[in-house]
Design a protein around this ligand. Structure first.
Ligand code: NAD
Length: 259
């Protein structure tokens, strides 16, 4: 289960879950490429990792912009000669009741989650196929399997990633390219911190009750999932030596959703 010198493009790695995946990959000798919309934060993350002795590289990338995705992947391959792992992690959340969900918000969320997963995968695949090696991990969610109120676009996008990964599992197999989806429960990151007051307002309950009675209600221990819980699952798939697990999703949610 060796990740040494494996080059991994991790989207959305300037913050939250993606950042911890980068940190943990670097600690195992891998080379994280921090691809994020927020270049200043991506550069700060890469600089932090280099200080601890790792190799790391920051690139500006809007995952929903084909040109930027192609350029970011080309720059990575120009620098390291390969891309072994893609973690398609960048994401946002926008909550509204279905009946009021603005079409523009729907399109924005779907573009980042689904167009982003498609474009980054497509750009990496030609290099992975040529090398006959690749590990692609999509950041799903419990919402890849379960629905919640107010999350029409997010639930749709996260379910969609399961289909995308299954197609890639089939097409990529002859090139030793695997595909998986990691599906976290609620993780205390800026993405979730933003939702707590929004959901409190929309559901007419206190912020404390959003955490207790909405977010963590069905966990076995009333605990948030941690970035470490998620990163360990991602790196397990990233280091997987064969096609044995390809096409599978893994829920990491403290028992909220059991497959
Ligand atoms: P976060 O807000 O902490 O980090 C998201 C990162 O993505 C940020 O650095 C942001 O700049 C970047 N980003 C946003 N739009 C982008 C774009 N168009 N192109 C490139 N980068 C972009 O969020 P997080 O909680 O770490 O979420 C990461 C992923 O995990 C998302 O896909 C999210 O849906 C998923 N997820 C999160 C939770 C949770 O509870 N936090 C649970 C399940 C799944």
């Amino acid at each position: 289960m060796d990740l040494k010198n494996r080059v991994a493009i991790i989207t959305g790695a300037a913050s939250g879950i993606g950042k911890d995946i980068a940190v943990r990959l670097a600690a195992r000798g891998g080379i994280p490429v921090i691809a994020d919309l927020n270049l200043a934060a991506a550069e700060a993350t890469a600089a932090e990792l280099r200080t601890s002795g790792a190799d790391a590289f920051a690139i500006a990338m809007d995952v929903a912009n084909e040109e930027q995705v192609e350029k970011g992947v080309a720059d990575t391959v120009a620098r390291y000669g390969k891309v072994d792992i893609l973690v398609s992690n960048a994401g946002i959340q926008i909550v509204h009741p279905f009946v009021d969900y603005p079409y523009a918000d729907w399109k924005k969320l779907i573009a980042i989650h689904l167009d982003g997963a498609f474009l980054t995968t497509k750009a990496c695949l030609k290099h992975m196929y040529a090398a006959k090696y690749g590990r692609v991990i999509y950041m799903g969610s419990v919402h890849s399997h379960e629905a919640s109120k107010l999350k029409a676009a997010y639930v749709t996008a996260k379910h969609g990633l399961l289909g995308l990964s299954r197609v890639l599992a089939k097409e990529g197999a002859e090139y030793n390219v695997t595909a998986n989806v990691v599906c976290p429960g609620f993780v205390r990151t800026p993405l979730v911190d933003k939702q707590i007051p929004e959901q409190a307002k929309q559901l007419g309950i206190s912020e404390q009750d959003v955490v207790k009675t909405v977010m963590l209600k069905d966990t076995v221990d009333g605990e948030f999932t941690t970035t470490a819980d998620v990163a360990d699952a991602v790196l397990y798939f990233a280091a997987s030596p064969s096609n044995a697990l390809t096409g599978q999703s893994l829920v990491v949610s403290h028992g909220w959703y059991m497959q």
